[in-house]
Design a binder for this molecule. Structure first.
Ligand SMILES: [Zn+2]
Length: 65
């Protein structure tokens, strides 16, 4: 089961405290402002800046309002 939108609502980027969006493959959480992707391991978002990947320019950011 993937991370759902309700969980995304309560999560915030640990770097900028901004809103987050699920990535297109559903295995990472994107901060569009920081251009970081936080991994999801065993359905648990790893909200650590040290664990985040840099968002590639080709990765679409799916913003949820
Ligand atoms: Zn951020």
């Amino acid at each position: 089961m993937a991370v759902d939108s309700e969980l995304l609502e309560i999560l915030a980027c640990p770097k900028c405290k901004g809103k987050l969006a699920l990535n297109s493959s559903g295995d990472g959480i994107i901060c569009g402002a920081c251009r970081l992707v936080y991994p999801i391991k065993d359905d648990i978002p790893v909200m650590l800046i040290d664990e985040a990947d840099t968002l590639g320019p080709e990765e679409p950011v799916l913003q949820k309002s």
